[in-house]
Ligand binder design. Structure first.
Ligand code: CAA
Length: 257
């Protein structure tokens, strides 16, 4: 049983993971990150899980790395930091990951948001990389993914001043896909996840992989990957079913084959 996560399956094919460390505003201590990485690995292995929603509390999605834990680490501890491997496992989750964000998403919390594929935010959410106030810089993708997500001027402003941005600014900048009233963020994220869970799983998986390629390769390589993936899907049972269902004017029933 995880100590810092609550895991539920509220919809067919959907797993809801709630960070639950209220005493520290969901600060991402090593144990919490290890639990989250393990839970995502389990979701990835489970053929019945087709999309995952990740959320925190109304006050905080996550307030960053655990600063108390950081204070205890010296240089050798940082070089051998087990959290690096946990972050890699979280960031490489292959199924759709939807973040439902309310309250503070700061430091590692904002970096966790950027590991998600789709971000639904309550209007009161705040996104920031305040590490500069601690004399450090983001260490879990916050300089690299943030610049790719929001562009250079805003990424520079956020990382160099440490000042957070509002949910509306985050949406305008491309960090958030949809805004909701705070109390509806999880519900809306679950709707989006359920919609994805009804699609052909192999197509969803390859679509995610192809879209991520756009962010980390050149255009020619990305187009080649897209063409290979498109061709691969032509051999699936689900493609035949999707086309037949369209022609027969009925919903498709995909099998993941
Ligand atoms: N680590 C450990 N504990 C934290 C924490 C964190 N990141 N953020 C909050 N807490 C704890 C506080 O210490 C406090 O605990 P106590 O009641 O025992 O003192 C409790 O959570 C509630 O926090 P506050 O009283 O500070 O709540 P607030 O509403 O006044 O302020 C806040 C909220 C603005 C988020 C403030 O807590 C804050 O600034 N937190 C730190 C944010 C931060 O700097 N994050 C970056 C961390 S570095 C990082 O993430 C590196 C990386 O790239 C991986």
């Amino acid at each position: 049983m995880p100590r810092y996560l609550v895991v539920q399956a509220p919809e067919d094919g959907v797993r809801l993971i709630t960070l639950q460390r209220p005493e520290a505003l969901n600060a991402l201590c090593t144990e919490l990150l290890a639990e989250l990485a393990a839970e995502l690995e389990s979701a990835e292995r489970d053929p019945a899980t087709l999309a995952v929603v990740l959320t925190g509390s109304r006050k905080a999605f996550a307030a960053g790395a655990d600063i108390r834990e950081m204070a205890e680490r010296d240089l050798v501890g940082i070089l051998n930091d087990p959290r690096v491997a946990h972050w890699q496992r979280i960031a490489s989750f292959a199924k759709p990951l939807i973040a439902a964000v309310n309250g503070f998403a700061l430091g590692g919390g904002c970096e966790l948001v950027m590991c998600a594929d789709i971000v639904i935010a309550g209007e009161d959410a705040r996104f920031g990389q305040p590490e500069i106030n601690l004399g450090i810089i983001p260490g879990a993708g916050g300089t690299q993914r943030l610049l790719r997500a929001v562009g250079k001027p805003l990424a520079m402003q956020m990382v160099l001043t440490g000042d957070p941005i509002t949910a509306r600014q985050a949406q305008q900048a491309g960090l958030v896909s949809e805004l909701t009233q705070p109390e509806l963020a999880v519900e809306r994220a679950l709707q989006v996840a359920a919609s994805i869970a009804r699609k052909a799983p192999l197509a969803v998986r390859l679509a995610k992989e192809a879209l991520l390629k756009a962010g980390d390769t050149d255009l020619a390589t990305g187009l080649r990957f897209e063409r290979h993936a498109f061709t691969l899907l032509a051999g699936t049972v689900d493609r035949d079913e999707g086309i037949r269902a369209f022609q027969e004017k009925r919903p498709a029933h995909f099998l993941g084959q």
